[in-house]
Design a protein around this ligand. Structure first.
Ligand code: P6P
Length: 338
């Protein structure tokens, strides 16, 4: 029986804590709580396709409960699951313009939680994989006080843990607490996340490039040259492969496991690209770097970017280190051509 056969998420987090004396039980508790929220969201996401079939009216279901948009549902589940455990001093969500305060009746903790509750949810009707992305920081304002925006706007290298849940052919939770990247697959029979991908390492390079080529006209010249370079050459004697799901969690999950590069660039229409720094690019960069990969905005390491606002966007080039370094070379060589 493989050693990891019944390594649950909760047990793995506890074991991880034993290896790092500086860790407190708190991180384990809140990561396990996130796993619980993921199970609840997974249940709802997986039956979303049935909404029309089982007679939900779209506004309220057969039980008279209001059927919410899935991303609002996921947002509310995460808040309900995480706001009372006494772990956090403040939270922030892609679905909420401002920071989310911990209700006065709950104990205030020393951590900060930022999340994108359901990234790619516009794909749900086509049954395309979507995901939840989360990141955890330690607060930097005095303990005991309500957390502030300052606690939320920390550079990515200060993350304590980060992870994502991908709701696909199976539901997987991938996380890092800075010491390796671990993937857990939800076993619906047990209702447990079981370790399925131990200590994930991204390949040094890969055959797959992933970006929305529909925006070619607006790309920087260096990126056009890079993609043409890939299309004019072979990878170990075979053509490169273009794969683009249009769901960041799914595209980066594939990149993490198979290698290659995911790109959402700035372009002539969007100076900072589309993806959000604080709760999309930073957590993904933290995970990919922990797996031996690289993540930059074309010039600077994503994790070193100084945040200015909660929902700011950043271009992102992320994946196998050799592939990210190569696209950066093309971008730098053509900087003057912009
Ligand atoms: P485009 C989904 O809407 C999302 O926010 C990310 O998950 C995904 O990577 C990106 O947008 C896709 O954007 O412009 O290619 O449709």
């Amino acid at each position: 029986m493989p050693a990891t056969r019944f390594m649950t998420l909760h047990r793995h987090i506890l074991e991880g804590e034993k290896m790092h004396p500086e860790a407190t039980g708190e991180l384990s508790a809140l990561l396990s709580q996130l796993g619980l929220a993921a199970k609840v969201i997974s249940l709802e996401v997986n039956k979303a396709g049935l909404v029309d079939i089982i007679g939900f009216t779209g506004d309220s279901n057969v039980h008279g409960e209001q059927v919410k948009k899935l991303d609002i549902f996921a947002h509310e589940i995460l808040i309900k699951a995480m706001d009372h455990g006494g772990h956090f001093c403040v939270m922030a969500s892609e679905e909420e313009e401002d920071i989310i305060h911990i209700p006065k009746k709950h104990k205030i903790g020393k951590y900060v939680l930022l999340f994108d509750p359901l990234d790619g949810s516009s794909n749900i009707d086509a049954n395309v994989s979507i995901g939840t992305i989360f990141t955890i920081y330690k607060r930097i304002t005095p303990d005991g006080e309500p957390g502030t925006l300052k606690d939320c706007l920390q550079e990515g290298y200060r993350q304590v843990a980060a992870g994502y849940v991908i709701y696909g052919s199976s539901t997987m939770l991938v996380y890092t607490a800075g010491h390796g990247v671990y993937g857990f697959t939800l076993d619906p029979a047990f209702g447990e996340f079981l370790l399925s991908h131990d200590n994930i390492k991204i390949p040094a390079n890969g055959r797959i490039y992933s970006l929305n080529e529909g925006n070619y006209l607006y790309w920087p010249q260096g990126l056009k040259n890079y993609i043409k370079h890939l299309q004019s050459n072979l990878y170990n004697g075979k053509p490169f492969q273009a794969r683009y799901i249009g769901s960041m969690v799914a595209d980066i999950h594939r990149t993490l496991l198979y290698g290659g590069i995911f790109i959402y660039p700035s372009d002539r229409r969007n100076e900072f690209g589309k993806l959000r720094l604080m709760y999309e690019c930073n957590p993904m960069a933290f995970i990919v770097e922990a797996a031996g990969g690289r993540a930059t905005n074309g010039n600077q390491r994503i994790l070193d970017l100084k945040p200015e606002s909660l929902h700011q966007r950043t271009p992102i080039y992320i994946g196998s280190p050799e592939d990210v370094l190569l696209v950066e070379k093309f971008l730098h060589e053509n900087k003057s051509a912009e």
